[in-house]
Structure formats: structure tokens, C-alpha cells
Design a protein around this ligand. Sequence first.
Ligand code: HEM
Length: 442
Amino acid sequence: MWLSRRPAAPAGPVGTAGHRPPAPPREVMRIHDAAFASRPLNPMQELAYRGAEGVIFAPHGEGWRRLRGICATELLSARRVRSFRPVREDEAGCLLRAVAAAAAAGAPVNLGERVAAYIADATVRAIIGSRFERRDAYLRMLQEGLKIVPGMTLPDLFPSSRLARLVSRAPAQIERHRRGMQQFIDAIIAEHRESRASGKDSDDDEDLLDVLLRLQKEVDSQYPLTTENIKTVMLDMFGAGSETSATTLQWAMAELMRNPRVMRRAQDDVRRALADHGKVTEDKLANLHYLPLVIKETLRLHPPAPLLLPRRCGSPCQVLGFDVPKGTMVIVNAWAIGRDPAHWDEPEEFVPERFEASGRDFRGTDFEFIPFGAGRRMCPGIAFGLAHIELALAALLFHFDWELPGGMAAEELDMTESFGVTTQLQSDLVVVAVPRVPMCIE
Ligand code: HEM
């Protein structure tokens, strides 16, 4: 069932109150939110998860509610996100040094690759800390998993066909990957338990796995936090948090390269706010006015999960007068909604100013702008994701000016989107960095 549409409401000035919110997402994610609060699992996801309950694919119920509560109050709370500030600033420093090295050599830099590495490193350090010796190998394996699990494999397309399962290489690939992951995660958990038992670590330097292991000890006889839960939640955090944030960062830089006027304004914003400082630190980001608008506009035009995550109808209901039977898969097209001319003036243009007066936000109440979804299954990782995106974007704009390689004109930049669960730039963004504000290395 495809629930995106273009309502016939007349377009008014951008950001004014006269806009009618798109009815289908409101119906699915607010009015019938409880009925659509589960997710369908495709055959390959079932194989990968093997019933081990995490957050993302858990059926709506008490188990999911408990884990979701842990996300809200413990793993992804504002306080926890703040606690990872040193990790983010450290990894942002690595990103800047890599860019500066390319600039010093007079070479273009593959910014797509660099920002993906920054987000992945910072995310995995938040989840398992910095001690685990084989962290790089673990990270590579996580990234491989992102490529194979959600893919449109033959058994996903023909779920009832035994032949599709027999001829596809995907099940064996997933099984091999699953076993490899288990070994890694078992080793990481053992190392964390040992380290805690030795009393070397304090609660102040807890990573997300430490938090989960601590909560496991707080016995809840009805819904105990099993080690299987913990393993799946660790994968959920990386799976949901890394590619989405990296994709947003890359699209933001690509749009800035395509729109020199916006780039100038964003750089002025960052450089004015940080004029008296040699480096970008998170405590200074609150003074930025324009950069948050750039991020919003990026998420409007390029929601990293363009079709959000699918929902499954758990009890029959009526949507816009149509009967929706139990078991129906519902897909909400956030990409089309964000470009709907009924709600946005010049929807294809990158104009961050449209958010200046409108107050429209992505927190799940403005249904014409839902890059993080809405309702009870809405993304709980907004603060975590934005913290990474804002810091890196501000730092890249503060320290460098940017040009396209080989004298390419802004309008020639290839903005083709790739097809997948996340919508990425088909070709990585390759740009030339020109150092502007020297970095102070401590
Ligand atoms: C730009 C960054 C991000 C975007 C655009 C994004 C987007 C989304 C979307 C569209 C959903 C589905 C919402 C729905 O069904 O209504 C979702 C769910 C989820 N996201 Fe994010 N996300 C981002 C970052 C993160 C981060 C950094 C984390 C954690 C570290 C995270 C954790 C989750 C989880 C656990 C869910 C599943 C929630 C549930 O099913 O109850 N996300 N996200």
C-alpha cells in the first residue's frame, strides 16, 4: 500500500500556516499510530535477526516498549549524547587532519568516504568504547552487514518461492556474516565484563554497551534484558545511526557546493560565531543560526531513509476511507512529501531560509516534513545524529573554503541518487579543500 499523495490544497507562501498537512502520514502515524506500530520483516532480515529482539524490528509490545524506554532514558538521552562529546571532537579532528593532508598535497579529497569514516568511527566508539583492540575489524564487519542485510535479494522479492531461496547466495552470506558478528560481539562483551569487574572504569566513562550490561543486572523478572537483546540493540544503534548521519552530511556538503550563495552564508555564520576561537567545539555551536537551517533543508530534500522504515498493520482499520487489512505493509514516502509543491514553494530548490520564519520542525508534528518519521516508532536518535552532523559540518566550513575539482562549475556537480534503503549520492563527493583558518593542534 503506497501512502503518499499530493493533496489538492493550494500552495501558499512557504512556511505559512495555511498549508494543509498531508493526510496519509497523519492518518498512519498519528490517528492510527497504534495499529501501524509494528514493522514487517523480510525473509533475509528474519534470518539475520533470528528472533533476537532489538528496537528497530521488534514487534510492537512490551519487549519493544522496554527497549525503547532504555533508548530514551539511557542510551540516546541528551545527557548521554553530551557524554560522547570528547569522542566526537576527537574524531572530527581526524576528519579535519585528513582533509588538510589532501589539501597540502594539492589533491582533491573524497569527502563522501571521509565523512562516512568519521561517523562510523565516532558511532562505534560510543557503542563499544575505544579499548577493544580489533575495533577496526569489527567496524569493517558492521559495514559489510549494512550492505547485505537490507538488500533487495531474490528471496525478499519472492518470499514464498523455495527456488528463489535455493538459487540465491544471500542466505549463506547472511549466515556467515551472522556467525562472524557473534564471535566479535561475544569477545567485546567479555572484555567489557572483565574491565568492569576489575573496577578500572567509572560510570562517567560508560559506553553504550557498559550501560546495557549495567541495566542487565537490574533484574526485571517479567522482561529481563537478555544478552541476545543487548547484541541486537548494539547492531541497531550502528545500523540506524551511521549511514543515515553520514548520508546527511554528504548531501549537505553537496548542496552547499551546488549553491555558492548558501555556502557563503553558512560559512559567514560559522566564522562569525567562532571568530575568537581557533577551533570548533560543541559548546560554541549553540550560537549558530543559519547552519541548523541548512541541515533542515538537507533533510527535506534528501531524507536519508526516503521511505522511512516500513510499518505493518496490526489490526484492521480504515485510512482515508479505504479498508486496510491486518498484515498490510505501509510505506510512507517522506522524500515525495518533502518535495510536494502543495506544501513547499519551489520545492526542488535548496533554500534554507524557508525554515527561518516557518518554525517547521522534524520532531514528528509537522507531517509535511518527516525525515525522522513520526509517532511511537519515530527515530529516537535525533540528538545523537545531529550532534555528529552539526559538529563536522561546522568544522569543515570553518577551516576550509571549498572548490570543485578541474574547474567544474557548480551546476555540473552530479547529484544523482542511488537506489537503496538509504538514498545516497551515487558518486562520492570529491572536492578540493583550500585551508582558510589554520587548525590549532593540541
Ligand atoms: C540523520 C540521522 C537519522 C535519520 C534521518 C533517521 C531516520 C529514522 C527513521 C525514518 C526511522 C523510522 C521512523 C518511523 O518508522 O516512523 C528511524 C528509526 C530509528 N532510528 Fe533513526 N535516524 C537517524 C539517526 C539515528 C541515530 C544516530 C540512531 C541511534 C544511534 C537512530 C536510531 C533509530 C532507532 C533505534 C530506530 C527504531 C525506532 C523504533 O522502531 O522504535 N537513528 N530513524
